[in-house]
Design a protein around this ligand. Structure first.
Ligand SMILES: [Zn+2]
Length: 290
Protein backbone atom coordinates (compact mmCIF):
# COMPACT_ATOMS: atom_id res chain seq x y z
CA UNK A 1 0.00 0.00 0.00
CA UNK A 2 1.32 3.43 -0.95
CA UNK A 3 0.09 5.59 1.92
CA UNK A 4 2.38 8.54 1.30
CA UNK A 5 3.78 9.74 -1.99
CA UNK A 6 6.14 12.68 -2.49
CA UNK A 7 6.31 14.39 -5.85
CA UNK A 8 9.45 16.50 -6.20
CA UNK A 9 10.49 19.17 -8.70
CA UNK A 10 13.50 21.46 -8.69
CA UNK A 11 16.08 18.97 -7.45
CA UNK A 12 18.04 20.68 -10.20
CA UNK A 13 17.14 24.37 -10.21
CA UNK A 14 17.17 24.88 -13.98
CA UNK A 15 15.00 21.88 -14.89
CA UNK A 16 11.71 23.67 -15.27
CA UNK A 17 9.11 21.01 -16.12
CA UNK A 18 8.84 19.45 -12.68
CA UNK A 19 9.04 22.85 -11.01
CA UNK A 20 6.15 24.13 -13.12
CA UNK A 21 4.10 20.96 -12.62
CA UNK A 22 4.48 21.21 -8.83
CA UNK A 23 3.51 24.89 -8.93
CA UNK A 24 0.47 24.21 -11.11
CA UNK A 25 -0.73 21.31 -8.98
CA UNK A 26 -0.20 23.37 -5.81
CA UNK A 27 -2.28 26.18 -7.28
CA UNK A 28 -5.05 24.16 -8.91
CA UNK A 29 -4.87 20.84 -7.09
CA UNK A 30 -4.09 17.42 -8.50
CA UNK A 31 -6.52 15.99 -11.04
CA UNK A 32 -9.69 14.89 -9.19
CA UNK A 33 -9.15 11.18 -9.85
CA UNK A 34 -6.15 11.21 -7.50
CA UNK A 35 -8.15 12.47 -4.49
CA UNK A 36 -7.65 9.16 -2.66
CA UNK A 37 -3.87 9.48 -2.84
CA UNK A 38 -1.82 11.29 -0.22
CA UNK A 39 0.65 13.24 -2.40
CA UNK A 40 2.95 15.98 -1.10
CA UNK A 41 4.22 18.52 -3.64
CA UNK A 42 7.81 19.60 -3.06
CA UNK A 43 10.36 21.99 -4.56
CA UNK A 44 13.75 20.65 -3.53
CA UNK A 45 16.35 23.34 -4.24
CA UNK A 46 14.65 26.74 -4.08
CA UNK A 47 17.93 28.70 -4.02
CA UNK A 48 19.19 27.01 -7.18
CA UNK A 49 15.82 27.64 -8.79
CA UNK A 50 16.02 31.36 -7.90
CA UNK A 51 19.51 31.49 -9.43
CA UNK A 52 18.33 29.42 -12.45
CA UNK A 53 21.22 27.00 -12.07
CA UNK A 54 21.46 23.22 -11.64
CA UNK A 55 23.02 23.68 -8.19
CA UNK A 56 24.89 26.34 -6.23
CA UNK A 57 27.80 24.37 -4.78
CA UNK A 58 27.34 20.62 -5.28
CA UNK A 59 24.94 18.42 -7.22
CA UNK A 60 22.00 17.84 -4.84
CA UNK A 61 21.08 14.62 -6.62
CA UNK A 62 24.36 12.98 -5.56
CA UNK A 63 24.11 13.85 -1.83
CA UNK A 64 21.87 11.05 -0.61
CA UNK A 65 24.27 8.19 0.02
CA UNK A 66 24.46 7.15 3.68
CA UNK A 67 28.10 8.31 3.71
CA UNK A 68 27.32 11.74 2.26
CA UNK A 69 24.38 12.23 4.62
CA UNK A 70 26.64 11.42 7.58
CA UNK A 71 29.49 13.68 6.47
CA UNK A 72 30.10 17.07 8.02
CA UNK A 73 29.94 18.85 4.67
CA UNK A 74 28.94 22.52 4.79
CA UNK A 75 28.22 22.90 1.06
CA UNK A 76 24.72 24.31 0.55
CA UNK A 77 23.37 21.21 -1.19
CA UNK A 78 24.93 18.84 1.34
CA UNK A 79 23.11 20.66 4.13
CA UNK A 80 19.91 20.85 2.09
CA UNK A 81 20.13 17.09 1.54
CA UNK A 82 20.09 16.49 5.29
CA UNK A 83 16.99 18.68 5.64
CA UNK A 84 15.22 16.92 2.77
CA UNK A 85 16.21 13.56 4.20
CA UNK A 86 14.51 14.50 7.48
CA UNK A 87 11.47 15.74 5.59
CA UNK A 88 11.02 12.89 3.10
CA UNK A 89 12.97 10.02 4.66
CA UNK A 90 14.95 9.28 6.60
CA UNK A 91 16.61 7.08 4.02
CA UNK A 92 16.46 3.43 5.03
CA UNK A 93 13.56 3.99 7.44
CA UNK A 94 11.37 6.31 5.44
CA UNK A 95 7.97 7.76 6.22
CA UNK A 96 7.41 8.16 2.46
CA UNK A 97 6.36 5.08 0.52
CA UNK A 98 7.23 6.46 -2.93
CA UNK A 99 9.30 9.47 -4.00
CA UNK A 100 8.78 10.59 -7.61
CA UNK A 101 11.53 13.05 -8.56
CA UNK A 102 11.08 14.98 -11.81
CA UNK A 103 14.01 16.02 -14.01
CA UNK A 104 14.77 17.39 -17.47
CA UNK A 105 17.58 16.53 -19.81
CA UNK A 106 18.99 18.39 -22.79
CA UNK A 107 19.20 15.00 -24.53
CA UNK A 108 16.39 13.79 -26.78
CA UNK A 109 15.28 11.07 -24.38
CA UNK A 110 11.56 11.80 -24.63
CA UNK A 111 9.67 10.84 -21.49
CA UNK A 112 11.86 8.40 -19.59
CA UNK A 113 10.97 6.66 -16.34
CA UNK A 114 14.11 5.75 -14.40
CA UNK A 115 13.72 2.81 -12.05
CA UNK A 116 16.44 1.51 -9.73
CA UNK A 117 15.11 -1.94 -8.87
CA UNK A 118 13.48 -4.91 -10.60
CA UNK A 119 11.27 -6.28 -7.84
CA UNK A 120 7.60 -7.07 -8.45
CA UNK A 121 6.51 -3.49 -7.74
CA UNK A 122 8.88 -1.97 -10.27
CA UNK A 123 8.14 -4.58 -12.93
CA UNK A 124 4.45 -3.76 -12.55
CA UNK A 125 5.16 -0.02 -12.64
CA UNK A 126 7.35 -0.30 -15.74
CA UNK A 127 4.80 -2.45 -17.57
CA UNK A 128 1.90 -0.22 -16.57
CA UNK A 129 3.60 3.00 -17.66
CA UNK A 130 4.75 1.51 -20.98
CA UNK A 131 1.28 0.03 -21.60
CA UNK A 132 -0.56 3.29 -20.93
CA UNK A 133 2.08 5.57 -22.43
CA UNK A 134 3.64 3.67 -25.35
CA UNK A 135 5.98 6.56 -26.19
CA UNK A 136 7.60 6.26 -22.75
CA UNK A 137 11.10 4.86 -22.31
CA UNK A 138 11.95 2.82 -19.23
CA UNK A 139 15.54 3.10 -18.04
CA UNK A 140 16.84 0.72 -15.38
CA UNK A 141 19.83 1.74 -13.26
CA UNK A 142 20.45 -1.32 -11.10
CA UNK A 143 24.23 -1.38 -11.32
CA UNK A 144 24.23 -1.07 -7.53
CA UNK A 145 21.71 -1.76 -4.76
CA UNK A 146 18.90 0.81 -4.37
CA UNK A 147 20.15 2.33 -1.12
CA UNK A 148 23.69 2.83 -2.46
CA UNK A 149 22.53 5.43 -4.98
CA UNK A 150 23.01 9.07 -4.06
CA UNK A 151 19.75 10.15 -5.65
CA UNK A 152 17.16 12.23 -3.79
CA UNK A 153 14.42 9.73 -4.65
CA UNK A 154 16.18 7.07 -2.53
CA UNK A 155 14.95 8.90 0.58
CA UNK A 156 11.67 7.06 -0.07
CA UNK A 157 10.97 3.40 0.66
CA UNK A 158 10.77 3.28 -3.10
CA UNK A 159 12.01 5.96 -5.45
CA UNK A 160 11.81 6.67 -9.17
CA UNK A 161 12.76 9.53 -11.45
CA UNK A 162 10.98 11.06 -14.41
CA UNK A 163 13.51 12.40 -16.93
CA UNK A 164 12.18 14.30 -19.93
CA UNK A 165 13.87 15.94 -22.90
CA UNK A 166 15.12 17.46 -25.00
CA UNK A 167 14.76 20.74 -23.17
CA UNK A 168 17.45 23.41 -22.75
CA UNK A 169 18.33 24.31 -19.16
CA UNK A 170 16.15 27.10 -17.79
CA UNK A 171 13.64 26.81 -20.64
CA UNK A 172 10.07 25.48 -20.47
CA UNK A 173 8.90 23.80 -23.70
CA UNK A 174 5.23 22.95 -24.04
CA UNK A 175 5.86 19.52 -25.60
CA UNK A 176 8.28 18.53 -22.85
CA UNK A 177 6.00 19.90 -20.13
CA UNK A 178 3.05 17.89 -21.47
CA UNK A 179 5.12 14.70 -21.63
CA UNK A 180 6.20 15.33 -18.04
CA UNK A 181 2.62 15.87 -16.91
CA UNK A 182 1.44 12.74 -18.73
CA UNK A 183 4.17 10.57 -17.21
CA UNK A 184 3.51 11.93 -13.72
CA UNK A 185 -0.21 11.27 -14.12
CA UNK A 186 0.32 7.74 -15.49
CA UNK A 187 2.61 7.03 -12.54
CA UNK A 188 -0.08 8.25 -10.13
CA UNK A 189 -2.69 6.22 -12.04
CA UNK A 190 -0.49 3.21 -11.34
CA UNK A 191 -0.37 4.14 -7.65
CA UNK A 192 -4.19 4.28 -7.57
CA UNK A 193 -4.50 0.89 -9.27
CA UNK A 194 -1.77 -0.59 -7.04
CA UNK A 195 -3.59 0.58 -3.90
CA UNK A 196 -6.88 -0.78 -5.21
CA UNK A 197 -5.21 -4.15 -5.71
CA UNK A 198 -6.18 -4.21 -9.37
CA UNK A 199 -2.63 -4.71 -10.67
CA UNK A 200 -1.30 -8.15 -11.49
CA UNK A 201 2.00 -8.68 -13.21
CA UNK A 202 0.70 -11.29 -15.64
CA UNK A 203 -2.15 -9.10 -16.82
CA UNK A 204 0.33 -6.51 -18.11
CA UNK A 205 2.38 -7.21 -21.25
CA UNK A 206 6.15 -7.51 -20.71
CA UNK A 207 7.95 -4.36 -21.82
CA UNK A 208 11.29 -3.29 -23.28
CA UNK A 209 13.59 -1.73 -20.72
CA UNK A 210 16.97 -0.08 -21.28
CA UNK A 211 19.48 -1.21 -18.69
CA UNK A 212 22.29 1.28 -17.99
CA UNK A 213 25.74 0.17 -19.08
CA UNK A 214 28.54 2.71 -18.79
CA UNK A 215 29.44 6.29 -19.54
CA UNK A 216 31.41 7.02 -22.71
CA UNK A 217 33.76 10.01 -22.58
CA UNK A 218 34.66 12.50 -25.26
CA UNK A 219 38.12 11.93 -26.74
CA UNK A 220 40.56 14.38 -25.14
CA UNK A 221 44.05 15.58 -25.99
CA UNK A 222 46.96 15.63 -23.48
CA UNK A 223 45.81 18.99 -22.12
CA UNK A 224 42.29 17.70 -21.52
CA UNK A 225 40.64 19.51 -24.42
CA UNK A 226 38.13 17.67 -26.56
CA UNK A 227 39.34 16.54 -29.95
CA UNK A 228 35.91 15.62 -31.29
CA UNK A 229 32.19 16.32 -30.98
CA UNK A 230 29.19 14.01 -30.99
CA UNK A 231 28.66 12.83 -34.56
CA UNK A 232 25.61 14.25 -36.30
CA UNK A 233 24.23 10.75 -36.88
CA UNK A 234 24.33 10.04 -33.12
CA UNK A 235 23.04 13.44 -31.99
CA UNK A 236 19.37 13.19 -30.86
CA UNK A 237 19.37 9.42 -31.50
CA UNK A 238 18.81 8.55 -27.83
CA UNK A 239 17.63 4.96 -27.26
CA UNK A 240 18.07 4.11 -30.94
CA UNK A 241 20.36 1.13 -31.60
CA UNK A 242 23.99 2.05 -32.19
CA UNK A 243 25.66 -0.71 -34.21
CA UNK A 244 29.34 -1.66 -34.33
CA UNK A 245 31.31 0.49 -36.80
CA UNK A 246 28.71 3.27 -36.81
CA UNK A 247 30.16 6.74 -36.17
CA UNK A 248 29.91 8.25 -32.69
CA UNK A 249 32.30 11.23 -32.88
CA UNK A 250 33.49 13.65 -35.56
CA UNK A 251 37.00 14.94 -34.90
CA UNK A 252 37.77 18.61 -35.44
CA UNK A 253 39.96 17.65 -38.38
CA UNK A 254 37.00 15.95 -40.02
CA UNK A 255 37.44 12.25 -39.28
CA UNK A 256 34.83 9.86 -37.93
CA UNK A 257 35.39 7.80 -34.80
CA UNK A 258 33.24 4.67 -34.86
CA UNK A 259 31.66 2.49 -32.20
CA UNK A 260 34.25 -0.19 -31.61
CA UNK A 261 32.32 -2.96 -29.97
CA UNK A 262 31.08 -6.42 -30.85
CA UNK A 263 27.49 -5.62 -30.04
CA UNK A 264 24.88 -2.93 -30.45
CA UNK A 265 24.07 -0.55 -27.64
CA UNK A 266 21.35 1.96 -26.83
CA UNK A 267 22.94 5.37 -26.21
CA UNK A 268 21.17 7.94 -24.05
CA UNK A 269 22.03 11.18 -22.28
CA UNK A 270 23.70 12.02 -25.59
CA UNK A 271 25.46 15.40 -25.32
CA UNK A 272 23.73 16.14 -22.00
CA UNK A 273 24.64 19.71 -20.99
CA UNK A 274 24.87 18.89 -17.28
CA UNK A 275 27.63 16.35 -17.94
CA UNK A 276 29.82 18.90 -19.76
CA UNK A 277 32.37 19.19 -16.95
CA UNK A 278 32.55 15.41 -16.61
CA UNK A 279 33.28 15.09 -20.36
CA UNK A 280 30.60 12.42 -20.62
CA UNK A 281 29.40 12.16 -24.23
CA UNK A 282 26.68 9.57 -23.63
CA UNK A 283 25.72 6.52 -21.62
CA UNK A 284 25.20 3.03 -23.05
CA UNK A 285 22.43 0.57 -22.31
CA UNK A 286 21.36 -2.95 -23.15
CA UNK A 287 17.79 -3.68 -24.11
CA UNK A 288 16.08 -6.24 -21.90
CA UNK A 289 12.54 -7.43 -21.39
CA UNK A 290 10.97 -6.89 -17.99
ZN1 LIG B 1 18.13 16.70 -13.14
Amino acid sequence: MLNSIALVGGTHGNETSGIQLVRNWRQHGLPQRFSDLNVSLNIANKEALAANVRFLEQDLNRQFTFDALAENNIAKEAMLAKTLNEQLGPKGNSKTDLVIDIHNTTSAMGATLIILETDEFHIQLARYVKHHMPEANILLEDEKPYLEHGYLCTTGKKGVMIEVGAQPQGVLREDVYLLTQTMAEVTLDFCMAYNEGSITTDALPPCDVFRLGENVSFPLDEEGYRTAMVHHSLQDADFKPLLPEQPVFRTFDGKDIVWESDSETYPHFINEAAYFKLNVAFATADRIIL
